[in-house]
Design a protein around this ligand. Sequence first.
Ligand SMILES: Cc1cc2nc3c(=O)[nH]c(=O)nc-3n(C[C@H](O)[C@H](O)[C@H](O)COP(=O)(O)O)c2cc1C
Length: 207
Amino acid sequence: MTCQIIALMGSPIPDGNCGKLLEKAISGAKDAGCNVVRVDVPSLKFSPCMEHFYCEKNEGCMINDDFSPFLKRFKGADGFIVAMPVMTMGVPGALKSFMDRFQVYFMAKYVRHMPVITKEQKKWRKTLLLSIGGMNIPNDFDGIKLTMDAFCDIIDAPLYGEVLQNDMDNIKDITTRPEVLQAAYDTAFEMCSAIITDKDKYQPLNE
Ligand SMILES: Cc1cc2nc3c(=O)[nH]c(=O)nc-3n(C[C@H](O)[C@H](O)[C@H](O)COP(=O)(O)O)c2cc1C
């Protein structure tokens, strides 16, 4: 049974604190038996959604850029890890624009009633959220959580778990918090093990 995970990175610093947290989760996913592809979203060249509304009546998106292959790649994936720092109380701009381009999936699911993701796939697809914030304030992750709830619904991969750490301006180095890194590893390992079990149970035999 193959298991394909897409790990989305929302920070522009590949090996910063967010990157270190993501790498731990990727190790957990691989140790559980999944293939993982990491995508550093800020390094992609793509347009935000321009509201052409092509996808309201047609399959796919009329914009052709670095985002385009992900419409197919997201259909083929079994799970997702999404890592991001809080920026201006929400999802960093490049990653938010990436998420917005999945309006194609939204239109297919809710307007054209021809969902991209099959009923079977919905039984095993899952998402893990990793996020860090600089500030030590209440509600630091509220914006991210609202967006993630909507995104997970649109891509049909419900939120399995989250590992959140605020106060990074004081903590400075996430490696001084081994319990947070361990939580990223453990939650990814558990999620990916559950994906493999569920996929085994629900995947039609002829696929
Ligand atoms: C443009 C920008 C906006 C930010 N806005 C917030 C914010 O609203 N709340 C917060 O807690 N931290 C905020 N931060 C701090 C980052 O979340 C924090 O520095 C994080 O540790 C960065 O992780 P990284 O270095 O791995 O990318 C902001 C940072 C930047 C660069």
